[in-house]
Design a protein around this ligand. Structure first.
Ligand code: SDX
Length: 367
């Protein structure tokens, strides 16, 4: 029996044509396209690349966008389910519950052909932001804002969430957020979706497995934790002591470290620039400067003092962007899921297309 790799670290579980990551060089590509190039496109172009396998031409993009925009609506019975959610639950629980209910409303529910799975996947891509925004409006006692099909995926989300049209920069930045969050190879939630898919369960069930996994604080939950950390640190002056305390208490510094990247997460570099831009537009650099001071203190503690390759990951500066976009911390993981759903769908389709049940072994030990 092979040696055990705790957490399946560096275990190659399967082949994929969806993402390429070089953890030493800090490189991320979706279907061969570098993330730095993809982050200049629209979310629908990148979603098409992931789900359909190629960047769309003009006509393909128009068709894909129109199909998704027409699905930006939640039927009244699903709205009743969403409205009946006990509001002490997290947005990720409301998302899981509503998607589960919506699966019963889907005319393709019992079909498992590639075309049926793509249609079901696109309905989820379209509905994730709508569900999250509606949940927040209901939970905070605000009027529901109906979807606006004239807006981009990201702009419509911010419009439905905040009840006002976002600025051009805000709309551009949330689209980039969804792109940067869209795909990351066999991360825990994507692997959960692929594992479920390998039993040939339906794609809704496989996606719900991903939603449940992303919720974890060491995975998608880190973004919310970073937003709360920014409040806790509160000033540039406090950053050094805060980080030193975390290290001395052997507590994880949220938004830092990565199983694969042993250098700066390429997504974090892009998010840092987005955070700088939105901070400038808002005329308030405070959150950005606090984050930068945490980053500097962490570099000193981890890299300089301990020689550890612990750098900012995707959840660090994205949390700063969410602060400036007025996204409530408790929605942060669900907003991450709004981007990641396209990657999950792509991996489910790839698993269905060349499947073998995923079933590792365990070594029995007497206790
Ligand atoms: C995401 O996999 C993906 O691709 C995920 C993701 C995606 O796009 O899907 O990139 C999204 O989940 C990003 C990660 C978000 N989570 C966090 O920010 C939580 C804080 N980070 C850590 O929990 C940790 O870095 C992980 C979970 C991200 C990775 O953990 P590993 O690979 O299991 O590493 P480890 O916990 O075994 O740590 C190795 C060493 C330990 O020290 P020693 O015991 O060897 O002395 O590094 C230390 C750890 O204590 N360490 C940290 C740390 N991360 C690692 N110490 C303090 N703060 C940290 N953040």
């Amino acid at each position: 029996m092979d040696e055990i790799r705790k957490g399946l670290e560096n275990v190659i579980a399967l082949e994929t044509s969806i993402a390429f990551i070089d953890g030493e060089q800090g490189i991320l590509k979706y279907r061969g396209h570098d993330i730095n190039d993809l982050s200049k496109l629209s979310y629908y172009e990148v979603s098409h690349l992931l789900v359909k396998g190629s960047l769309p031409d003009g006509r393909e993009l128009e068709d894909y966008s129109n199909e998704l925009k027409q699905e930006r609506f939640i039927p009244s019975d699903a709205m009743a389910v969403l409205s009946s959610c006990n509001f002490n639950i997290e947005a990720m629980d409301a998302l899981r519950t509503t998607i589960s209910y919506l699966s019963h409303c889907d005319s393709d529910m019992n079909g498992n052909s590639s075309e049926e799975n793509i249609r079901k996947g696109m309905r989820m891509i379209a509905k994730f932001p709508v569900i999250v925004a509606m949940f927040y409006r209901i939970k905070t006692g605000q009027e529901i804002v109906e979807a606006d099909t004239s807006m981009s995926h990201g702009a419509n989300f911010l419009y439905m969430l905040r009840g006002e049209r976002p600025s051009d920069l805000e709309a551009e930045i949330i689209e980039k957020d969804f792109i940067l969050s869209a795909e990351h190879e066999l991360n825990p939630s994507t692997f959960a979706s692929r594992l479920a898919t390998s039993t040939l369960t339906d794609i809704y069930s496989a996606i719900i497995a991903g939603v449940c996994t992303l919720k974890g604080p060491l995975h998608g939950g880190a973004r919310m934790a970073v937003m709360e950390m920014l409040d806790e640190v509160g000033s540039v002056e406090n950053a050094g002591l805060y980080v030193a305390d975390k290290v001395n208490l052997h507590e994880k510094l949220m938004g830092f470290g990565h199983r694969v990247y042993k250098t700066y997460d390429p997504r974090a570099r892009i998010y840092k620039e987005l955070a700088r831009q939105i901070a400038a537009e808002k005329g308030d650099l405070s959150w950005f400067e606090i984050a930068e001071s945490i980053e500097k203190a962490a570099f000193k503690e981890f890299v300089e003092n301990k020689g550890k390759t612990i750098y900012p990951n995707v959840d660090f500066y994205s949390a700063v962007v969410y602060k400036y976009l007025e996204i409530p911390p408790k929605l942060a993981t669900a907003v991450f899921a709004i981007g990641r759903i396209s990657g999950w769908i792509a991996h489910c389709l790839e698993q269905y297309s060349d499947n073998r049940v995923i079933r590792p072994r365990a070594k029995f030990v007497e206790i």
